[in-house]
Write a new protein. Structure first.
Length: 206
């Protein structure tokens, strides 16, 4: 039993990485359009690049599956191990798998949808609030990258406001800061184009 308890966290983290690394967008490109998304547009295998070069329904499917890739590892960790810190670790491992999938020579997506799934698993009110910010910015700007950046920047504040002082989770708040940093780092080229006014909006190809 002691050996099992020691092996369980390692197994969960391994499963989290493998779930996160499922190359959803890449497979959608190959199956529906016979293209390699890593060589087209932004080079990302995320839902936005799928939308631009494959279609809206494959993009929606990729988005929902990518959300599940973040939600399921956290749900497994919550059921089997009650530690907030470990639940965050499982979520971050899924993000690592999504950004650096072993199947695609370590080149994956930007972790926005998977990060949303993790948030929904950790604290669904924060996850839904973050999604609300994303949709609001997207509706105004028609720019997915700006909406992603806006949601990421709002995340630490939303996480902080969600907890009362006696229930505040330092692990969850730390996760929000790490996730914000990852999303901003993954969108650094988008931010340069936004500043130049050359970032494409929804419906525009790149």
């Amino acid at each position: 039993m002691d050996l099992f308890s020691k092996a369980l966290p390692i197994a969960i983290l391994g499963i989290s990485y493998l779930l996160g690394s499922i190359p959803t967008g890449y497979l959608a490109g190959v199956w529906f359009a016979e293209i390699d998304l890593r060589k087209i547009g932004s080079g990302s295998t995320g839902a936005t690049n799928v939308l631009r070069h494959v279609g809206k329904w494959p993009a929606l499917a990729v988005f929902l599956i990518d959300v599940a890739k973040g939600l399921i590892p956290v749900a497994i960790a919550k059921i089997l191990i009650t530690s907030d810190t470990f639940q965050v670790a499982a979520g971050l491992t899924a993000i690592v798998g999504h950004i650096w999938p072993i199947w695609l020579e370590w080149k994956g997506g930007k972790a926005v949808a998977t990060g949303l799934g993790i948030l929904l698993g950790l604290s669904w009110p924060v996850g839904l609030s973050c999604l609300g910010v994303f949709l609001a910015v997207l509706g105004i700007s028609k720019t997915v990258s700006l909406a992603s950046i806006g949601a990421a920047v709002s995340l630490p504040l939303l996480m902080f406001l969600n907890f009362q002082e006696d229930s505040f989770s330092h692990a969850y708040f730390t996760f929000s800061l790490i996730t914000m940093s990852i999303v901003l780092w993954r969108h650094r080229s988008n931010m340069k184009r936004l500043l130049k006014g050359s970032e494409p909006k929804i419906g525009q190809s790149r």
